[in-house]
Design a protein around this ligand. Structure first.
Ligand SMILES: *Cc1c(COP(=O)(O)O)cnc(C)c1O
Length: 409
């Protein structure tokens, strides 16, 4: 169904109350009921289409949620105030005290910190595994395991999860497979491949303008109802609801996601091939040298490419910092965390977004000091960008002119 996820988004129509081409924004925290009976029924969860209170949901949030559910091919979705505001209630909804989670060890730093430092307070334990090794994943499952957690394309190492393989394991052991698809919207459709729940940080590619944080949980109507249940729903009770004004602005940006992803992917592919040719240690799922290149190819919706994220190794943190500062001086991008912006963003994950992960563990997972994570922007002239980046790399000595001359001859 979601083989053309962008069509699924485009085919939805929402009009404003006066025929506006964009839906009207619901500018209310609370809603009137014509009868007391309907209000009672709504509290009991039995009044479909009735709005109660904006922490529960709003018409604007529903429009955005339905568009994202159409993109992922799930029954419905619930939007939240941030990506972490989507991830944390999902895990707390699925796990009781004494339950266990098997998670990829290369995940977003905030998610890692939540599982490592926060959920143990509720005696929810997590085993972190190499998600690319299905036997290691299965071996970590215990009788208390409830959730298998991973990112389709992992942060920051760009490891690829075999979603079909993981879904088979999840089914066999009666677990929920939860996939964070933030790095690969449109390119990969985890629910179509067997994931039970798909999460995004909308902050990144989906919104794309680095002006807000936001998140979404895509899943079955039953699970989303559970999350929003007034008596025991983690979204409702923890309160990480998105504001309607934000939902309406993100929906407008979602309209151009397919074009942006194609350009991010095209630019990233161009740079990755050049960097690798120049002899830089480059990781990009679109490169044949990527250990999971074929796996990504087998899962992807081809027209959106391999995504906008790539990494290079500058050799040391000092060189990485020097290069990033120089590139920023030349206006090639910004030294900033986050991703999915029109401008290229770069950071050294070991000392920033993944600094929650202890140094020894960073080493084990292959997260080196000199690693630079790039979110490649929508540059109109990527050849010029490459030339200018190369000049920076030669200047700080991580690329040598003779290497490049060899390539040119
Ligand atoms: C940014 C990010 C998150 C967290 O999202 P926020 O919107 O910052 O709360 C979760 N997962 C991944 C993969 C991310 O990149």
């Amino acid at each position: 169904m979601a083989l053309e996820p962008a069509n699924n988004i485009q085919d939805l129509q929402y009009f404003g109350e006066f025929g506006g081409v964009n839906p009207s924004i619901s500018d209310s925290s609370t809603y009137t009921f014509l009868s007391a009976k309907t209000m009672f029924d709504t509290f009991e969860g039995n009044a479909d289409g009735c709005y109660l209170y904006s922490r529960h949901t709003t018409p604007s949030n529903l429009y955005l949620g339905e568009a994202l559910a159409a993109m992922e091919g799930t029954e419905t979705a619930n939007v939240s105030a941030s990506g972490m505001g989507a991830i944390t209630p999902v895990l707390l909804q699925l796990c009781d005290a004494n339950d266990h989670i098997v998670s990829s060890r290369t995940i977003y730093g905030g998610t890692y910190a939540f599982l490592k430092n926060f959920t143990p307070r509720f005696n929810i334990k997590t085993s972190f595994v190499d998600i690319t090794k299905l036997d290691a994943v299965e071996a970590a499952i215990t009788e208390n395991t409830k959730v298998l957690y991973c990112e389709s394309v992992s942060n920051p190492l760009l490891e690829i999860a075999d979603i079909k393989g993981l879904a088979d394991i999840a089914k066999k052991h009666d677990l929920k497979l939860v996939v964070d698809n933030t790095f690969s919207p449109l390119s990969i459709s985890p629910a179509i491949l067997g994931a039970d729940i798909v999460i995004h940080s909308l902050t990144k590619f989906i919104n794309g303008s680095s002006d807000t944080v936001g998140g979404v949980v895509c899943g079955t109507q039953e699970f989303i109802n559970d999350l929003r249940n007034v008596n025991n729903g983690a979204c409702m009770l923890l309160g990480s609801t998105m504001d309607s004004l934000r939902a309406s602005s993100i929906l407008k940006n979602l309209r151009t996601l397919h074009i942006r992803m194609q350009k991010h992917s095209k630019n990233a592919m161009f740079l990755a091939e050049k960097f690798e040719n120049d002899g830089l240690k480059t990781v990009y799922p679109g490169l044949k040298s990527h250990p999971s290149h074929n796996l990504f190819k087998s899962m992807m919706n081809k027209q959106y490419g391999f995504g906008g994220m790539l990494t290079i190794d500058a050799g040391s943190l000092e060189k990485a910092n020097e290069l990033m500062e120089m590139m920023q001086d030349k206006n090639l991008g910004y030294l900033a965390v986050s991703l999915g912006f029109y401008k290229t963003l770069f950071s050294a994950p070991g000392s920033s977004t993944s600094s929650e992960i202890p140094e020894e563990e960073q080493k084990v997972m292959g997260l080196s000091d000199g690693l630079i994570r790039f979110s490649i922007g929508l540059d109109a002239d990527i050849k010029r960008t490459y030339q200018m980046m190369k000049e920076c790399m030669v200047k700080i000595g991580i690329l040598h002119l003779n290497q490049i001359e060899k390539e040119c001859n």
